[in-house]
Design a protein around this ligand. Structure first.
Ligand SMILES: NC(=O)c1ccc[n+]([C@@H]2O[C@H](COP(=O)([O-])OP(=O)(O)OC[C@H]3O[C@@H](n4cnc5c(N)ncnc54)[C@H](O)[C@@H]3O)[C@@H](O)[C@H]2O)c1
Length: 263
């Protein structure tokens, strides 16, 4: 694939975000920003990618997606370093477990702030930047592109989950935001899509309840996945590559489900 522009990945320190930054480097993107609230892990990830892929310049920026000021600082720093932002992967996210009668007000607010408000803030700041940029041509498409955004939602953004009502509500919101921004900015040459992964093996799974109940739920979940396995971060990173590259130049305001065939 051809990525002549600048990639920005939130949640880039771990899991799907880290795999996405690595994939951009493998696919030949030369300017990559990873941003995350976990400053220590972010530095480790930056070093790891930079050492393994010296052809790419990887910049790490500490970010809290809940703060518009922090998000604007990230965009300003990224543009000061690389001059523009062409591919935005909004990957940062958290999960809090518990049905509506159990879930605390604090956890409700926190999940909505990170998963939905965070995507809104990053989209707001980055789309404003993209609108100022001259479009780029890639080898993958004859159509100039001013930018492409992928918002990582979830299978829980397409279907309810009784034990994850807040997470599911936040991810349904991300799908709605993606469809809306995709429609609004289509004629500006900016594409926006949501990506809805199924169960992917990353550290976030450890934040769900463990033990016997978890085992039962995991077995029930497996029965629902046609492929009978969980996915890997790099499989999701590949989808992000497609959705931000010129290969998906006619795809916008929609979602891609990457869930191994979910019943
Ligand atoms: N793993 C799965 O099964 C799965 C399935 C569907 C969707 N997702 C979504 O994929 C995304 C990535 O999750 P993951 O599985 O890689 O988990 P992960 O925990 O490995 O990565 C999430 C990253 O987001 C960062 N983050 C959290 N709060 C932040 C904040 N306020 N500001 C900036 N960064 C913040 C974390 O520090 C972490 O590095 C999330 O949006 C998640 O909801 C994951």
């Amino acid at each position: 694939m051809d990525f002549p522009g600048v990639a920005l990945v939130t949640g880039g320190a771990s899991g799907i975000g880290k795999a996405t930054a690595i994939r951009y480097a493998i696919e030949g993107c030369k300017r990559i920003v990873i941003a995350d609230v976990n400053a220590e892990l972010l530095q480790t990830t930056q070093k790891e990618i930079q050492e393994k892929y010296p052809d790419a310049k990887v910049k790490a920026i500490t970010l809290d997606v809940r703060s518009l000021e922090s998000v604007q600082n990230m965009v300003d720093e990224a543009v000061a370093e690389f001059g523009r932002i062409d591919y935005l992967a909004n990957v940062a996210g958290i999960v809090k477990y518990g049905n509506t009668t159990i879930l605390s007000e604090e956890d409700w607010d926190l999940v909505l702030q990170v998963n939905l408000r965070g995507v809104f803030f990053c989209s707001k700041a980055v789309i404003k930047q993209m609108l100022k940029q001259e479009p780029l041509i890639s080898k993958n498409s004859p159509y100039p592109a001013r930018g492409a955004i992928v918002n990582v939602a979830s299978q829980a953004g397409l279907k309810g989950n009784g034990d994850l009502p807040c997470y599911s509500a936040s991810k349904h919101g991300v799908v709605g935001l993606s469809k809306s921004d995709g429609l609004k900015f289509a004629t500006d040459g900016i594409r926006v899509n949501a990506l809805c992964p199924g169960t992917i093996e990353t550290p976030i799974l450890g934040k769900l309840p463990q033990g016997d109940i978890a085992k039962e739920r995991q077995e029930a979940r497996m029965r629902e996945i046609a492929m009978k396995r969980v996915g890997q971060s790099d499989e999701i990173a590949h989808c992000i590559m497609f959705l931000t590259s010129g290969r998906s130049s006619f795809v916008t305001a929609t979602y891609l489900a990457a869930d191994g065939g979910y019943r």
